[in-house]
Design a protein around this ligand. Structure first.
Ligand code: SF4
Length: 114
C-alpha cells in the first residue's frame, strides 16, 4: 500500500505548474498537520521545492517537484538503450512501437531480477 509521502510526491510530480499545500492534504486524504510533516520530509530529501504563495489573501505554499538528474541505468532495459535517444521519428508517444517494445523488454528484465 502506498505511503502518503508517495501519494504526495506522485501528485506533485504530475503537476509541473505545482500544487498548493492548502490543497494537497485534501487530495491525499490526510490532515493539514500531517501534510506539513510530509512536505517537510520531501523538501528535506531534496525532492520538492516550496515557495510562499498567497491565495485569496491567505498564505500557503506552492510545491513543485525538483528536476533530478537522469540516472544512466534508467535509460536501459537490460543492455537495450531507450529508443528515444537520437530518435528521428515523428513523436507520438502513445503510438510508438519502438518505445512499447523497449518498455516490454524493461518489464521482462525487472521481472527476472525479482
Ligand atoms: S517515443 Fe518513440 S517516437 Fe518518440 S522519441 Fe521515443 S522512440 Fe522516438
Amino acid at each position: 500500500m502506498p505511503e502518503p509521502e508517495d501519494d504526495a510526491l506522485a501528485l506533485i510530480q504530475s503537476k509541473p505548474e505545482g500544487v498548493l499545500q492548502s490543497e494537497l492534504w485534501k487530495e491525499i486524504g490526510v490532515d493539514s498537520r500531517k501534510c506539513s510533516r510530509i512536505v517537510k520530509k520531501l523538501e528535506d530529501n531534496g525532492l520538492i521545492e516550496r515557495v510562499e504563495f498567497k491565495k485569496e489573501g491567505i498564505k500557503t505554499f506552492l510545491l513543485r517537484a525538483k528536476r533530478l538528474p537522469v540516472r544512466a541505468e534508467d535509460l536501459l532495459a537490460g543492455d537495450e538503450l531507450i529508443p528515444c535517444i537520437a530518435c528521428e521519428l515523428e513523436c507520438v508517444v502513445e503510438e510508438c512501437h519502438p518505445l512499447m517494445d523497449w518498455m516490454y523488454q524493461l518489464a521482462i528484465v525487472e521481472n527476472s531480477s525479482k
